[in-house]
Design a binder for this molecule. Structure first.
Ligand code: WTA
Length: 633
C-alpha cells in the first residue's frame, strides 16, 4: 500500500510535505506502482500556457497496475460485482484473474478490428462489466477512450464522436433502466450517419433487442471474443500519453473534451481512493455513479481497481422496482463503503423510511457524497438513517477537470461538519479570490475557488482546442486554476462549496451548460430566442427554467411546452429537459444587448420583489411582463 494516512497528525504531516516538497511527496507515492521505466522529472508546469507534465520520461500501462500486478497476490479476489437492473436477474462477479483475461481478450478484439495506439474509441454502453472491460482494453492497447453517457441523444453522441474523430464505437443492443428498455444501438446508428471516421462498431448483446446489423461495419462482442487469444502484452505508454477524453459542459459553446493522461491520473486516483475512503482489503465498495461520468471513471473503475478493491457496478436506478433498491443491494452484497449523490439521497428521503426499515444496513462503514452541494437536511438523514449515526460521511468535492477528489474529509479521521467538504487533500492548495482576482485571506470568508499548484490528475488540455482550456480555466485569474465554483471558508478553515458561479447548472448532479440548452430550444421552428437559468429544486438540487420568445402566439401553450421539451430531449437527452418553460415577449437586456441573467434567476427562484437595479435595461417594462407571467411552485 502506498503512503496511507491513518490519523489527523499524519494528514497534517502529509499535507505540509506536499506543499513544501511536492516533488518528493509525489515521487514517493508514485514509486508504489509498477512502471516499465521510471520518470526523470516529477513535475514541470506553468499555468499560463498552460502546460503541466507529471512523471515525464516514465513509462507504464495503467492496466498492468489495475490487473496484472494483482494476479500473484490476489488473483482470485472479486474485482467486480455486477448487480443487474432487475433484482430477479442473476448478477455476475469477476475475479481479478477473470477480469484480466477478459481485458486481454478484448484488447485483442480491438487490435484485430483495426484499432491502434493513439486512436480514439467511443464507448456508449449501459452499466455492465463489459463497459469497464472496454475502457481497460482501450487503455491496454494505448487507444484513448471517450465514454459517452448512454442517456445522451444521437446528436450529442455524434458531436462527441466527431470532435475527437473516433474510429470505433463499442456499444450494446439495448439497455435496461428501471422499467424502461432503451434502444442504444438505434441511437448509435443514427449518430453514425454523420460520423464517417467510424469504421467499426462492436456490439454487446445485453437485451436481445432486434437491431439492424450493418454487415460491413458492425461486429458482435461475443463472436469477436470467441476468435481471439487470452494473452495480451500491455502497450508501453509514456506517462503523459493521453488515457482518455471525457466531454463535459462549460459556460459557453458545445461540451469540451477534457483530457487526462496515464501516469498522473493513475497516481492521483489510487491515492485519493485509498485515503478518502480509508480502503480496507475486505471492503465491498459501491459507487452508484455511471461510467459515463468522471465519478465512474475515477471511482468505479480506475481508483478501486488500481487499489485491488472489490467494486460493485449497478445497472439500475435507485427507485426501481421501489425506493428500497439501494438499501436492498447494500444488504445483499454486504456493502461497506457506499458513495452516491445528494440528489439520490433527497429522492430516497422523500420516498420515506418504509423503504429503509426492511434492511439492516449493518455492513456499512463509510458513506460518501459527490456531484453537488449536500444540504444539511439530506446530510443528517443520510447520516442517521443510512449510516445509523456511526458511519462518517465523506463529502467529496472535485470535477471532471480535476480527475480526482480535491477537497474532502478522510473517513473517520477528519472531524466532520455537515455540508462542508472540509479540508484539501495533500497536494491541493486551494485559495479564494474576489471578482478582481485578489486573494481573500483569513477565515470566515467567501469567494471564488481557485487552486494554485498542479496535482497529478489536473486536466492537460481540452481535446483539439488548447486555447479553450486556457481561457476556460487559466485566464480568469492569471496564474491560477479557476474551478467555476463559489466557496466559503469557515472560522476553522473548512471549505464549503456553494455552487457554480458561471453559467453551468448542476441538475441532479449532472453538469449542464445554459448555452447548450438554449441552443437546443432554439432549434424548435417557432422559437426566436431563449434564456435558460437554474433554480433551486427540492430533489434535483437545481431545476432548469427556460424563458422563450416565439415567432407567433400559440393557442395551446402546454402543447408548445411539450414540443420544446421534446426538442431538448432529441438534441441533448432527457437530463437536460427544462422543468419550467415561460413564454415571454421580451428578455431583460442591457443597452449593449447582454441578457441580465441575474434578473431571470431571481424570477425563477420566485424572488420577484427583489430584482435589484433594473435601470440599465433597454426596456424595463419587459421585467414586469416576465414577473407577471412567472411560473411558481
Ligand atoms: C459540483 C463531478 C459541492 C461543483 C465529480 C463542481 C460539488 C461540479 C461537489 C463538477 C461537492 C461536485 N459539493 N459541489 N461535494 N462535487 N460538485 O465535472 O459545482 O460532473 O464544479 O464532476 O459539481 O461536476 P463534474
Amino acid at each position: 500500500m502506498m503512503l496511507r494516512i491513518s490519523n489527523l497528525r499524519e494528514y497534517e504531516t502529509a499535507y505540509r510535505k506536499s506543499v513544501e516538497e511536492p516533488e518528493n511527496f509525489w515521487s514517493e507515492i508514485a514509486a508504489s506502482f509498477t512502471w516499465k521505466k521510471s520518470w526523470n522529472k516529477v513535475v514541470t508546469w506553468n499555468f499560463e500556457s498552460p502546460e503541466v507534465k507529471w512523471f515525464e520520461g516514465g513509462q507504464l500501462n495503467i492496466t498492468e497496475n489495475c490487473l496484472d500486478r494483482h494476479l500473484s497476490t490476489h488473483g482470485d479476489k472479486t474485482a467486480i460485482i455486477w448487480e443487474p437492473n432487475n433484482p430477479s436477474e442473476k448478477g455476475r462477479t469477476l475475479t481479478y484473474r477473470e477480469l484480466h483475461e477478459q481485458v486481454c481478450m478484448f484488447s485483442n478484439v480491438l487490435l484485430k478490428n483495426g484499432a491502434k495506439k493513439g486512436d480514439r474509441i467511443c464507448i456508449y454502453m449501459p452499466m455492465v462489466p463489459e463497459a469497464t472491460i472496454a475502457m481497460l482494453a482501450c487503455a491496454r492497447i494505448g487507444a484513448i477512450h471517450s465514454v459517452v453517457f448512454a442517456g445522451f441523444s444521437a446528436q450529442s453522441l455524434s458531436d462527441r464522436i466527431q470532435d475527437s474523430d473516433c474510429s470505433m464505437v463499442v456499444t450494446s443492443d439495448g439497455a435496461y433502466r428501471g422499467a424502461k428498455e432503451i434502444p442504444i444501438k438505434e441511437v448509435v446508428d443514427e449518430a453514425l450517419r454523420v460520423c464517417p471516421t467510424v469504421q467499426r462498431v462492436i456490439m454487446l448483446e445485453r437485451t436481445g433487442a432486434n437491431v439492424r446489423i450493418d454487415a460491413e461495419r458492425d461486429r458482435l462482442w461475443k463472436e469477436e471474443m470467441g476468435k481471439v487469444d487470452a494473452r495480451h502484452e500491455a502497450e508501453t505508454m509514456e506517462a503523459e500519453d493521453m488515457l482518455f477524453i471525457l466531454y463535459t459542459s462549460g459556460s459557453t459553446g458545445k461540451p469540451k473534451g477534457v483530457v487526462h493522461t496515464c501516469g498522473g491520473y493513475m497516481v492521483y486516483t489510487a491515492y485519493t481512493f485509498q485515503n478518502v475512503f480509508q480502503h480496507r482489503p475486505e471492503d465491498i465498495y459501491w459507487c452508484t455513479a455511471d461510467v459515463g461520468w468522471i465519478t465512474g471513471h475515477s471511482y468505479i473503475v480506475y481508483g478501486p481497481l488500481l487499489s485491488g478493491a472489490t467494486t460493485l457496478m449497478f445497472e439500475g436506478i435507485p427507485t426501481w422496482p421501489d425506493a428500497g433498491r439501494f438499501w436492498q443491494t447494500v444488504d445483499k452484497h454486504q456493502v461497506s463503503v457506499f458513495y452516491t449523490a445528494p440528489t439520490a439521497i433527497r429522492a430516497l428521503e422523500a420516498a420515506g423510511l418504509d423503504y429503509v426499515r426492511p434492511y439492516t444496513l449493518n455492513s456499512l462503514r463509510v458513506l460518501g457524497s459527490v456531484g453537488e452541494p449536500i444540504n444539511e437536511e439530506a446530510w443528517h438523514w443520510y447520516h442517521e438513517h443510512i449510516g445509523k449515526g456511526n458511519c462518517p460521511i465523506v463529502d467529496t468535492w472535485w470535477q471532471t477537470e480535476t480527475g480526482g477528489i480535491l477537497i474532502s474529509p478522510l473517513a473517520g479521521i477528519t472531524p466532520l461538519k455537515p455540508s462542508y467538504a472540509t479540508l484539501p487533500l495533500p497536494g491541493i492548495q486551494p485559495l479564494l479570490v474576489d471578482a478582481n482576482g485578489k486573494e481573500i485571506t483569513g477565515n470566515g470568508v467567501e469567494g471564488n475557488l481557485c487552486i494554485r499548484y498542479p496535482w497529478p490528475s489536473i486536466l492537460r488540455t481540452t481535446y483539439g482546442n488548447h486555447e479553450r482550456c486556457r481561457t476556460n480555466y487559466f485566464a480568469t485569474y492569471p496564474g491560477l486554476y479557476f474551478t467555476g465554483d463559489g466557496c466559503k471558508r469557515d472560522e476553522q478553515g473548512y471549505y464549503r462549496i456553494t455552487g457554480r458561479v458561471d453559467d453551468v447548472m448542476n441538475v441532479s448532479g449532472h453538469r449542464i451548460g445554459t448555452a447548450e440548452v438554449e441552443d437546443a430550444i432554439n432549434q424548435h421552428p417557432d422559437v426566436v430566442e431563449s434564456a435558460v437559468v437554474g433554480y433551486p429544486h427540492a430533489i434535483k438540487g437545481q431545476g432548469i427554467y427556460a424563458y422563450v420568445i416565439c415567432t407567433k402566439e400559440h393557442e395551446n401553450v402546454d402543447m408548445l411546452r411539450e414540443e420544446i421539451k421534446a426538442v431538448v430531449n432529441r438534441v441533448i437527452g432527457p437530463i437536460a429537459k427544462p422543468d419550467k418553460i415561460q413564454i415571454v415577449t421580451g428578455l431583460p437586456k442591457t443597452r449593449s444587448g447582454k441578457i441580465m441573467r441575474r434578473i431571470l434567476r431571481k424570477v425563477a427562484e420566485g424572488d420577484v420583489n427583489n430584482l435589484g437595479d433594473t435601470t440599465t435595461l433597454l426596456d424595463p417594462a419587459v421585467v414586469d411582463a416576465i414577473r407577471d407571467g412567472a411560473i411558481s411552485g
